[in-house]
Design a protein around this ligand. Sequence first.
Ligand SMILES: NC(=O)c1ccc[n+]([C@@H]2O[C@H](COP(=O)([O-])OP(=O)(O)OC[C@H]3O[C@@H](n4cnc5c(N)ncnc54)[C@H](O)[C@@H]3O)[C@@H](O)[C@H]2O)c1
Length: 352
Amino acid sequence: MKKVKVGIIGNGSISHTHMAGYKKLDCVEVVANCDINEERAKQFAQYYNISHTYTDYNEMLKQEDLDAVSVCTWNNVHAPATIAALKAGKNVLCEKPLALNAIQAQQMVDTAKDAGKLLMVGFVRRFGLNTQILKRMIDNGDMGQIYYAKTGCLRRVGNPGGWFSDKKRSGGGPLIDLGVHMIDLVRYLMDKPKAVLAMGSTYDLVGPRSNIMGIQQYKSADYSDYNDVEDLAAGFVRFDNGATLIVENSWTQHIKRDKLYLELYGSKAGVTMEPDFEIYSERNDVLTDTKPFIDVNQNDFQPIFDKEIAHFVDCVANGTPCLNPGEDGVELMKILDAIYESASTGHEVIIK
Ligand SMILES: NC(=O)c1ccc[n+]([C@@H]2O[C@H](COP(=O)([O-])OP(=O)(O)OC[C@H]3O[C@@H](n4cnc5c(N)ncnc54)[C@H](O)[C@@H]3O)[C@@H](O)[C@H]2O)c1
């Protein structure tokens, strides 16, 4: 069978999880890689034994006969690199968020359509086992009508710095970085209702806190403590099926410990998927709590990336319908844009 030839654009942290996913697939050969940081690109190539290395993705796209590309760069490069790759006839898996805003994201989807190529967005958490199990329960009608969701990802000290906290390159702070995953999970689990209205507030009163000692924190590859993004974003979203979402995300906040939660409330049952997976309902006139028994670590980082990469390759090689089409990335960007716009204007925003 002909191998699927892959190139990886952006060779920082997350590209290693993509690479590990590709390496597990016999039908894939990663033939080229590219990073503007030449040293990093060379090290990546040497470590994984990749024969062709570039510092300019346009050059890579021109020279290499690739079937597919992973875009793992700073957020501001997602749109230009993806559009260039699609125009060069490659299928693309683009990391989240799809772009800096919905306008760019729509251009990416339009280009994919014109080129007849796949654009998949890296909403990796859809591949988590707890997500898949809950999705199946919801699709079977176990929760009835879901009308309310609450989700958040909050850190006490966790601003990754570097490009993440430089708005020109990231598009924003914890909302676009962490909120994008949490809001997507809610939308995906609720069968992708369309957001029609959002309100939001953002705050930047605490700062990057690079002074804090004695804790391990994730720092971006090219760390600096430059920071012009929010510390915390709180949002309210209403969907066209009448459901409401309350969402909060922070990189730094004076809380006891980091928090990750996702709660859905339906007419027949409520559920917390994070931090614990539990279902709250009533049976035979008795309040009943159910805890799904899952005997594997369901949220390990690498295994869910492996599933995402395997699915992308399956879509490219076999035309399997894509679980995470680019269109979902556009809808998400519309929600993020609206929360940021509401935060800056002080008004609610109607989403079209
Ligand atoms: N799905 C997830 O859970 C998850 C987790 C972490 C990061 N991400 C996403 O992955 C992307 C990368 O994040 P990271 O943590 O790996 O960042 P990083 O800073 O570690 O790596 C980004 C790399 O992109 C390179 N780059 C920038 N512009 C480029 C260009 N024009 N051409 C080629 N390379 C370029 C940088 O030099 C750097 O090496 C971001 O969009 C981030 O949101 C997703």
